[in-house]
Each structure stands twice: as structure tokens, then as C-alpha cells.
Ligand binder design. Structure first.
Ligand code: PLP
Length: 457
């Protein structure tokens, strides 16, 4: 616990509240089924709330990778493709991810980046769609790369692209829509889209549902099979902790696999890769999603990283995630001066992923007019300097990702406390350098501090 929290500069209700929240955090951290999984990761005193961008390093990875390099590469060399299971790693690790996304075995294959898998899924989906289709729908709030790639894939097939808000997809889909590409959780706001109802609406129009799971897999239960999803992609370096640039995955529903035609039919997806035939005949099953030689070091790092999920129930992960984000929102509303941050993440549990995004604006309009400009970016830079790592997304969003396997309630409380501190100092600095008529605003600021009920709550 930091000294500043035990002896706040201005004692009062905020200080008493802080003590209470810290005690509650300790109680919450001592209870529940995921109290020991943090030990499976390499962490330090930093409050790490950026696991939705790059998951922390799982303890099992360094030794495993050292062994792969020393023994499998260094000694077995080429023999490792068969003897160490390198060749079959994409489908083996796919089956390891499958339960986390609600997929029966044989439908997930690992390899390439998410961007490339978006291309495979969208093009493959367009090729399976009815002849009369003229367009595809793309989540209007999508992470940009999905939109860029989908546009290119549609252009190659001569289809139009229509951006549609996820909540509007059911109303906008027509029998001319080949597919819709939707993000399960919005990377900016952390909003969770309803996979079951959107997929059902798409299917009733005869349209394929393609989901991007980058911000949901490993953070909450995903039910690809149960929802009847057609195709899906996701990355493994966020909540799955696979490491920087670890390979992504592609899901192709079993009953569609025979019709799935990859736009990237590399030799690794050939029915007889070592037959070296000039003509292409696809392998059976989800192997069709493979392209070329897999990135073995990253792939085996991911495989070791997935050991952190041993014995973990994804329902417990979801319960802790919601408790963490609820608790963080409460602490923010207690500690932050009013009006400076506002949650753009839905409060309703069924609409929330595993992050909290706070829109951050300068205090008074006069402060904004004085050019206190990239306020949110500065706030995050200051948080990071004080040991609380989240990130910033334009124009004004502070993102805090909660990774239930290793994020603690104490982390959530400390992050909110430091955020409150930074926002109060910023408000004070603004009024000090603000308009001449703002004399006395510093004491007003201090008053706000103790009365803080925040917009975020
Ligand atoms: C993180 C993320 C990506 C990343 O794509 P890469 O090809 O791995 O760079 C793509 N889509 C979404 C929705 C993401 O959240």
C-alpha cells in the first residue's frame, strides 16, 4: 500500500472511503476460486491493466522456449517437425483453445495474424454465400484492421461494404448480404455484443456470421458452437497471454468445412503437403485454414502459455471479471473529482466485456479553450509513470483491461486511487493557470475532492 494512501493530503470522507475500499479489496482478493492463478504469471508491483493489449508472461513459457531452442531446434533439428510435434502444432493448439471459445475439437486452427485470418474468413465466407449477394456488413465500430481487410476482400469479390452498428445488424441485414463481420467486444468501449441474437438474426436472413473474438476469448465465456457461428477469428496475445505477435486462430464450423475455400491455399493446407503436386487439393477439416510453415517459436510459446488455464473454469473468470470491473467503477466514482471522467463501458453486465474505458475531458470549458488539449493521453502517461499501466485510445479514452487470472482487487483499487490523484492535480493545475476570474478555484477543487461522487459511478 502506498504511503500517500495511508496519509492523504486532505483527510476527510475520501480518505476514510479509501481505507474502506482497500480493506474490501483485500477481502475480495482472499476469496473466490481464482486467488492463486496470479502465481502462474511473471508480475511485479506494477498495476498491470493492459492485458487486453498484451497479456503478461506466463511462468511456464521461458523454460519451455529455452528447451525448444536448445533441444528441439539445437539437437533434433529437422526431426522435430515429426518427433517434437511441430507439424501438427496448429491444429493441436487449436484444440487447446477450442474449449475457451465454446468449440468442439477439430474446428480451430492456429497460425498467422488476426488480420490474415480476417481475410481468410471473409473471403472464405463470401465464396460460400449465395450467388445473388451484393454486399457484406462490417461492424461500424470495428477495430480498424478488420474493416480494412474486409473492404479489400469485398472489392476482390465485387461486393459492397456497408458499415453497421452491431445493435442495428438485425434490422439492416437483407437476403443480399453475404456475411457480417462483427467484433464480439468493442476494443474501444469494452461493450459486449450479443453473439446469440445477432447470429440468429443473420441466419434468418440466410447470411453468414463471422465473429472477431480478440477482446472476448479468455475474458468471458464464448459459445461459438451453441450460437451456430459460421466463422470466427481471434488473437492470442491479449487475454490468452501468448506473447507479442503470437499466432492468431481461425474457427470454421464443422458443417461448413467441406465448403470452405481458403483464399490462401498454401502447401500446409494441401491434402498431401509432401506430395509436392502442382495442383491444389485441400486437406479435410479445419486444416484448410493453414497456409505456410508455422511460426514455431511463437506457436510453442503460446502452447506453454495456455497451461495457465489448467483447471480454470471460464465461468469463474467471467464472475471475477465483472466483480473487478464493478469494483473499479465504484472506486473511480469515489476517488475521481466529478465531471472529469465518464465510463463509456456499459454498466449492464450482459453488455460489458472485461475492460473499463473512461472518456476523459478537461474540467471546465475554459480549460479546454486554453488548449489543455491531449488531456487523456497525458493522464495515461502520468498513470504509467506512477506504476499503473493501462492505455489510451483516441480521441479521449483511457482503457483499463482486467485479466481475471492475474488482476487483483487491490490493483483495481490502487489504479482508481492513482487516477483520482492525477485528475485532482490536473484540475488544480488547470485552475491555477486558468482565467483570472478563477481565483479561489483551488479550494473549490479541494472541496470537490472530498465530495467526489464522480460521473463514473
Ligand atoms: C487486437 C485486434 C486485432 C489485431 O490484429 P493483428 O493482425 O494481430 O494485428 C484485430 N482485430 C481486433 C478486433 C483486435 O482487437
Amino acid at each position: 500500500m502506498s504511503e500517500s494512501r495511508e496519509t492523504p493530503k486532505s483527510p476527510g470522507p475520501a480518505a476514510a472511503g479509501a481505507r474502506k475500499a482497500a480493506i474490501r479489496a483485500a477481502e475480495l482478493d482472499a476469496a473466490g476460486p481464482l486467488t492463486t492463478t496470479r502465481e502462474r504469471f511473471v508480475l511485479d508491483d506494477t498495476v498491470y491493466l493492459d492485458g487486453n493489449s498484451l497479456g503478461a508472461l506466463p511462468r511456464a513459457v521461458p523454460d519451455r522456449i529455452a528447451e525448444v531452442i536448445r533441444h528441439e531446434w539445437g539437437e533434433l533439428r529437422i526431426r522435430s517437425w515429426t518427433e517434437a510435434g511441430w507439424w501438427t502444432a496448429p491444429e493441436r493448439i487449436g484444440d487447446r483453445i477450442a474449449p475457451l471459445v465454446g468449440a468442439a475439437p477439430g474446428q480451430v486452427v492456429v497460425g498467422d495474424s488476426t488480420s490474415i485470418n480476417v481475410f481468410k474468413a471473409v473471403t472464405g465466407g463470401i465464396r460460400m454465400a449465395g450467388k445473388g449477394c451484393t454486399e457484406i456488413l462490417v461492424d461500424a465500430t470495428t477495430f480498424p484492421t478488420d474493416g480494412y481487410i474486409a473492404r479489400s476482400a469485398a472489392r476482390m469479390a465485387g461486393l459492397a461494404v456497408r458499415p453497421v452498428e452491431p445493435a442495428r445488424i438485425a434490422d439492416e441485414v437483407t437476403e443480399r448480404t453475404a456475411l457480417a463481420l462483427v467484433n464480439h467486444v468493442d476494443y474501444r468501449t469494452g461493450e459486449l455484443n450479443d453473439m446469440a441474437s445477432i447470429t440468429a438474426a443473420l441466419h434468418s436472413a440466410g447470411t453468414l456470421a463471422v465473429w472477431d473474438l480478440c477482446h472476448s476469448a479468455g475474458a468471458l465465456p464464448v459459445a461459438l458452437d451453441a450460437c451456430g457461428v459460421d466463422l470466427a477469428v481471434g488473437c492470442t496475445y491479449k487475454y490468452l497471454n501468448g506473447g507479442p505477435g503470437s499466432p492468431a486462430y481461425l474457427y470454421v464450423r464443422k458443417s461448413l468445412q467441406e465448403r470452405f475455400e481458403s483464399p490462401l491455399p498454401g502447401w500446409n493446407s494441401h491434402v498431401d503437403p509432401f506430395g509436392m503436386e502442382p495442383g491444389y487439393t485441400p486437406a479435410d477439416g479445419v486444416l484448410r485454414g493453414r497456409v505456410g510453415t508455422p511460426d514455431i517459436l511463437s506457436m510453442l510459446a503460446l502452447e506453454a502459455a495456455l497451461e495457465a488455464w489448467e483447471g480454470v473454469a471460464i465461468e469463474d473468470v467471467r464472475a471475477k471479471s465483472l466483480a473487478l470491473t464493478d469494483f473499479f467503477l465504484e472506486c473511480v466514482s469515489e476517488y475521481a473529482p466529478p465531471g472529469r471522467v465518464r465510463s463509456v463501458t456499459p454498466y449492464e453486465h450482459r453488455r460489458r466485456g472485461s475492460q473499463v474505458s473512461l472518456a476523459c475531458s478537461p474540467g471546465g470549458s475554459s480549460a479546454a479553450a486554453q488548449g489543455g488539449a491531449p488531456v487523456a493521453g497525458e493522464v495515461m502517461a502520468e498513470l504509467i509513470r506512477r506504476g499503473v499501466v493501462g492505455d489510451f485510445r483516441p480521441p479521449d479514452v483511457l482503457r483499463f483491461g482486467f485479466t481475471p487470472l492475474y488482476t487483483t482487487f487491490a490493483d483495481a483499487e490502487r489504479a482508481a486511487w492513482v487516477l483520482g490523484e492525477v485528475l485532482r492535480e490536473q484540475a488544480a493545475a488547470e485552475s491555477a493557470s486558468g482565467s483570472e476570474s478563477a481565483s479561489g478555484s483551488e479550494s473549490a477543487g479541494a472541496g470537490q475532492e472530498s465530495a467526489a461522487d464522480g460521473d463514473a459511478g
